[in-house]
Design a protein around this ligand. Sequence first.
Ligand SMILES: NC(=O)c1ccc[n+]([C@@H]2O[C@H](COP(=O)([O-])OP(=O)(O)OC[C@H]3O[C@@H](n4cnc5c(N)ncnc54)[C@H](OP(=O)(O)O)[C@@H]3O)[C@@H](O)[C@H]2O)c1
Ligand SMILES: [Zn+2]
Length: 346
Amino acid sequence: MKAVYFDRHGDLEVLKYGDVPDPVPGPGEVLLRVRAAACNFNDIWARQGLPRVELPMPHVSGSDAAGEIVELGPGVTNVAVGDEVIVHAVRACRVCKACLSGQEVFCRGMRIWGFQTGPYDGSYAQFAKVQVQQVAPKPKHLSWTDAAAVSTSLVSVWRMLVTRARTQPGETVLVWGASGGTGSFALQLLRVLGARPIAVTSSREKAAFCEQMGAEHVLLQGEHDVHAEVRRLTDNRGVDIVFDHVGETVWPISIECLRWGGRMVICGATEGFTPQIDLRYLWNKQLSFLGSHIGTHEEWRDSLKLVEQRKLHPPVTRVYPLSELVQAQAAMEERRLMGKLAIDCA
Ligand SMILES: NC(=O)c1ccc[n+]([C@@H]2O[C@H](COP(=O)([O-])OP(=O)(O)OC[C@H]3O[C@@H](n4cnc5c(N)ncnc54)[C@H](OP(=O)(O)O)[C@@H]3O)[C@@H](O)[C@H]2O)c1
Ligand SMILES: [Zn+2]
């Protein structure tokens, strides 16, 4: 089958489009004909490599997919060939205590499909195998490319805002990196939850996009003093919640922007893992720091209900053919994207 793969870490030139072995579904797995995939920043981490993280090579990335089931592995009975499905990126052992209690994100064997799995095991390919527990019916009203874009970013945002931060109606939330995949779903979900998102983004074009996604206010990095604006917009009180995946460069500002008793929820650190923090703020302001990592199957299904109800929309702004995945990764890496980028694998 055709796929995009790499066999060593590096810049964009390590990505190759070519023939790789067809996947074979094992027990409890299904084989999908991938119609579409969607991009996540973990694709960039996988290709560049991360300190102390060993990834299987050769590597096919891609943690989001929509497609048709074309073959059932041994023991699979609850889905059928021809079913149109989307994929939740969490692979897990399915038998440990964490898995059996619906907390597979705490399974010691949990792997993010298309990021930590392999060799050749992700959605940037014509075919892919996944555990049967990873699939759910494709929302009927969505195209293949839109359907591919409603899983990884959205379930991560759901876990951050609903499960971890327990966002309440009326709360103010500062959203960093607001125009990207995670950010644009956060803006939409915050509006559905009745909260008041203040977006931070990096250009005027992106600011207009953030408004479309639901931002009540948009601040421009480099142009606005984010802390001063947050004080102005919250009557000097500070925000209830900071939603972050940017990390090191924004961490000190986030701490200043939080109200006393506020909470920060974080799922990533695109701009560095080791921020400086003056610990006095932590206890004097009595702040809570909440880490969050992807989401459970149940959280995924809960978030998809809002997609089915047309309350959340896949923010796909551009579709690339599989053979041009390198262009999509360049846009992500150079911070040129808005919303989600989808890949047509048909
Ligand atoms: N642990 C988890 O479960 C989980 C889940 C999803 C994402 N993440 C992490 O969250 C981060 C964002 O992921 P994503 O898929 O939403 O990425 P994305 O779609 O590329 O969006 C990232 C956004 O962050 C902002 N940004 C700030 N500094 C940047 C930089 N140096 N390079 C590129 N973008 C920068 C940009 O928005 P503006 O221009 O608007 O500022 C960009 O659009 C990544 O670090 C990813 O690994 C973690
Ligand atoms: Zn388990």
